[in-house]
Design a protein around this ligand. Structure first.
Ligand code: ATP
Ligand code: MG
Length: 465
């Protein structure tokens, strides 16, 4: 037996389906905003993260999985994806046309040597977007709204969006001076990390999670008193856009984010599940001014965010936000004998290409064992195929819930299942919903037989009656 590496977890079976479901919705949302998919390597040169995420960040200081490869290169498993995405855009010369913004989305694992706890792993999955070449704060607002919309599409009702601004360079430099002065007076009583942060990047102290430091942090100077006219206007524009879009938010002046590349607006999405659990921010992001140039691109600015798939899945589990992801087998095929085994492969494929989920028992089991297997797989119907059935071209279909059974010929097999499973709402019906294909809606809800005129390929509501 081998144990999992500390801080990692297997995502298997239903949980994997839930992850795919979440990722699918996040991707679909990015696609309707016309973002394009990027898949960049998990390993990058360590220097990329030192440059972008920043030497003063906790991530670079102590959380990276870094090693020297056999060629003597200094390699890091990506702790986040933004740096790699921007690097890929520079390498692919995507900025050459200056057709901004360049928009990317990504899905995949990240690695951070953190203390494992609820909602915090050493290998975890992120979905994120980057919008690069931003010249207007309206674009930041659009990015934030896309994150918010994604959560609505996932079924969240009341998400807390926290926003803040880190201002422009001028505002931040003045603010940092004020923070240095303030924290300089309290440093003695603060945690050892904060002492380091004071030297490396005093802003980071605002991100301290040690409870004893909170009181000191709470009374620190506020960025809003140091914002330049420009920075103030940008932030006001973003807030006005969010108001206009009806997106609720809270301004949280202690929000600074853990990565050094942010400037301008920063934001986090929080959600407390009905079980009272929060698992930390479910997603976070912000505007970055210098990152693109730092990685070798032009002096353009960007904005992006990343969601943590593990944290989304946890709160969605708590609040039953997953649609019915049940993986019922539609049809369980029960061949009796060698000839039937071979025939059932063909029959199953015929049904599978029509979209039915089929399984076959190819292990030569007896009837009662096959019924048990069908039950364990939550199968809706069974088809029993023996020599006689093959001889007569007639199969026995059994409804496993009602135990009713009847015979159909191979020609009628598909039609029969289309009717049976449509009727139970298993397959999506192309119901006319009062807009009947025969052009006479007035008869649609009645019990008459006007479906004679209906499009053969559609199961109109009158047929379903
Ligand atoms: P936190 O403040 O919770 O440490 P962060 O600021 O480090 O988060 P980002 O680097 O912005 O987070 O990552 C974006 C999202 O990725 C987070 O909002 C969170 O949902 C998720 N995430 C970050 N670190 C982890 C982790 N160790 N395990 C699981 N999910 C994580
Ligand atoms: Mg973190």
């Amino acid at each position: 037996m081998f144990n999992l590496v500390k801080g990692t977890h297997d995502v298997i079976l239903e949980e994997a389906e839930k992850y795919s479901y979440i990722e699918q919705i996040l991707q679909n949302t990015a696609q309707i905003f016309n973002y394009k998919e990027f898949r960049t390597p998990i390993i990058e040169h360590s220097e990329l993260f030192a440059r972008s995420v920043g030497d003063s960040s906790d991530i670079v200081r102590k959380e990276m999985y870094t090693f020297e490869d056999k060629g003597g290169r200094n390699i890091t498993l990506r702790p986040e994806v933004t740096a790699g995405i921007v690097r890929s855009m520079v390498n692919a010369k995507l900025f050459a046309l200056q057709d901004y913004p360049v928009k990317a989305y990504y899905t995949g694992p990240c690695f951070r040597y953190e203390r494992p706890q609820q909602g915090r792993y050493r290998q975890f999955n992120q979905f994120g977007v980057e919008c690069i070449g931003i010249t207007s704060p309206h674009r930041d607002a659009e990015v934030i709204s896309m994150g918010y919309d994604s959560l609505i599409f996932l079924g969240f009702k009341d998400v807390t969006l926290k926003i803040n601004t880190l201002g422009d360079d001028e505002s931040r430099e003045n603010y940092k001076k004020a923070l240095k002065e303030y924290f300089g007076k309290h440093l003695e009583n603060m945690c050892s990390d904060c002492k380091e942060r004071y030297e490396l990047n005093v802003l980071r102290i605002l991100d301290c999670k040690v409870p004893e430091d909170q009181e000191i942090v709470k009374n620190a100077p506020k960025i809003s008193d140091f914002l330049s006219e420009n920075a103030k206007n940008s932030f006001e524009t973003i807030k006005r856009d969010l108001d206009f879009l009806g997106i609720p938010y809270e301004v949280d002046e202690s929000l600074v984010r853990g990565l050094d590349y942010y400037s301008g607006v920063v934001f986090e999405f929080h959600y407390v599940s009905s079980k009272g659990k929060s698992y930390g921010a479910i997603g976070a992001g912000g505007h970055y001014g210098k990152l693109v140039a730092e990685v070798g691109g032009p002096e353009v600015e960007g904005c992006g965010y990343a969601f943590g798939i593990e944290r989304l899945a946890s709160v969605m589990n708590d609040d039953n936000l997953f649609e019915d992801l049940s993986d019922n087998v539609d049809i369980y095929l029960m061949p009796l004998g060698e000839r039937a085994n071979a025939a059932s492969l063909g029959i199953a494929n015929y049904l599978r290409v029509s979209g039915y989920r089929c399984e076959i028992c190819l292990e030569n089991k007896g009837m009662s064992q096959m019924f048990k297997k069908a039950e364990r797989r939550n199968a809706l119907y069974a088809i029993i195929i023996g020599d006689n059935e093959l001889e007569n071209d007639e199969y026995v279909i059994k409804n496993l819930a009602s135990q009713e059974q009847f015979k159909v010929s191979s020609d009628d097999l598909l039609k029969t299942f289309d009717e049976l499973l449509n009727f139970e709402g298993k397959k999506e019906t192309e119901c006319c919903e009062g807009d009947c294909c025969c052009g006479d809606d007035s008869k649609c809800d009645s019990d008459n037989d006007h479906e004679e005129n209906c499009d053969e390929n559609k199961s109109c509501c009158c047929k379903n009656k």
